[in-house]
Design a protein. Structure first.
Length: 180
């Protein structure tokens, strides 16, 4: 796919993975969605159910709540990464231990039909196909046409052990009571 020229307005579709395992986990997820949606050039258009998941990597920590969202954005992939990191910071994310506890984690899973391989960002997310806590919510909301972006999405098999549906939220109507 060719990229638009800088004078063109173009809306990209991106899928993000969100996770939290500290404090009011649902609150952190909904707060992140609302902050993402408040960005002038980004709109959250769909969200998955929220799933409770077992920790991966560092096991001695609380269970996570994970979800995925589909957004439309005019931000470049790098600008979207920067905005996601700023959102994490606003919500108290402190990076101390890899795969450790966190208030919020926001990962760019897919960005339009574009692959990125830079030091700060890799798209598609390099480990998403190995992680049921990412794939289960992603497949729930992924548009059929978008599944052609990444080989393997049309016939992906997921071992969903350790992934349990927590709650389904009608975005954005029911999400308001989580954020204050």
């Amino acid at each position: 796919m060719s990229l638009p020229t800088p004078t063109e307005k173009f809306t990209y579709i991106a899928y993000l993975g969100l996770g939290s395992n500290l404090g009011e986990r649902e609150h952190w997820l909904m707060s992140a969605l609302h902050l993402l949606n408040q960005e002038a050039h980004t709109a959250v258009v769909d969200i998955s159910a929220i799933y409770e998941t077992d920790p991966v990597g560092f096991q001695e920590q609380p269970s996570f709540l994970n979800m995925a969202c589909r957004i439309e954005t005019q931000l470049s992939a790098i600008a979207l990464l920067q905005f996601a990191l700023e959102t994490e910071h606003k919500l108290g994310r402190v990076r101390t231990l890899r795969w450790g506890p966190r208030t919020i984690d926001i990962d760019i899973l897919l960005y339009h039909n574009i692959a990125v391989a830079t030091e700060p960002l890799q798209i598609p997310h390099p480990r998403m196909m190995e992680r049921a806590f990412v794939i289960v919510p992603l497949l729930e909301i992924m548009q059929e046409a978008d599944r052609r972006w990444e080989p393997g999405f049309t016939d992906v098999q997921v071992d969903s052990d350790g992934v349990r549906k927590w709650i389904t939220i009608n975005w954005p109507l029911e999400s308001e009571h989580f954020v204050n």
